[in-house]
Design a protein around this ligand. Sequence first.
Ligand SMILES: C[S@@+](CC[C@H](N)C(=O)[O-])C[C@H]1O[C@@H](n2cnc3c(N)ncnc32)[C@H](O)[C@@H]1O
Length: 361
Amino acid sequence: MGYRYIGAKTKVLNKVLDRISHLIPLGGSICDLMCGTAAVSGALRKEGYRVTAIDIMTFSYHHARVALLFTKPPAFQGVTELGDTYSATQQRSLYPLSAYERVIATLNHVEPKSGYFWREYSMEGCPNNAMRPRNYFSAENAKRIDAIRSRIVYLHQTGQINDLEHSLLIHDLIMAANDAANIAGTYGHYLAKLIDRAKIPLVLKPSPIAIYDDLGCHSVLKGYAENLASDVECDLCYIDPPYKKRQYAANYHILETLAREDEPEAIGISGLRPWRDQYSNFCTRTKIYTSFSKIFTEMKCSNFLISYSEDGLLSLDELIDFLSKFGKLEVSEFRYKRFKSNETKLSPELTEYLIYLKINN
Ligand SMILES: C[S@@+](CC[C@H](N)C(=O)[O-])C[C@H]1O[C@@H](n2cnc3c(N)ncnc32)[C@H](O)[C@@H]1O
């Protein structure tokens, strides 16, 4: 399944990059202010920009660190406990395994255990705060998640992996969970019957890692864009805000739990973690203006490129009317394949806008 993230720009990266390249020369500094999967951040780095990536979600923080911060392959030098399973994997391989592949092989063979994910998010479980089990993962896969996440915690807490290697393993676990999840699109709901994909045993795969000789050129921050704006100075700020009412913290609660490595109270039928601490103003019509204003007035930046959609809470006219108070605008548009989950009645394509705002001095 890969990453089905609402509003991810994976399929339109060329449009966004093309627009940015006409505004800022290579080597310039770009802030990807709501970076999500970090697809745009990673592509900007590849092009040769210096990137600051920001998002409120912890899983985005880990994705962005993986996309931006590797300047050499992960050495996993401190991992002392590889176990026999890695030797078995090595014997089946024609080539010597890299340190990263050895760690992944070991994690794939940890003994499954019936822990928090099994209890709260599998059909065999008995959730603490719900009348019936939640079918997000097969029981076997939920046990694998429990075992792998506790081993990653252990490796990190015992100092066997450094913080960047830790981000990489969290990223890998999230990608594996996405492949095995019994959901239609987001984690807002699970499906009643296990789909074929969810029956396949969950396995971690080594991710392709972008490695460039650009130490110190990029940074990753976690927090509210409007609160961090005053700390950021850049040539251009790319903003890809939520367009709709659907809060990312609620729709991706399971990924957030994997990223935070905690065991929060899972609430109600869907088993949401308490997510209000990551509530986004951009998902509420009346609050969007205040948050945008704070960003435009406090960030040390005079070029903003904003992605928005025909489907957005604000119409294009409303947005233009508001943005033009801050400076001059140029709007371009293109057609885009809609993210599909449960809203099948909508047309398969929609118009996406790229709005360039040059702030008045
Ligand atoms: C449309 S998605 C971005 C997708 C991203 N460009 C990609 O390609 O994956 C919107 C993102 O905004 C983040 N977000 C929402 N409100 C935010 C805020 N106030 N500050 C920082 N991030 C926010 C969400 O967590 C989500 O990841």
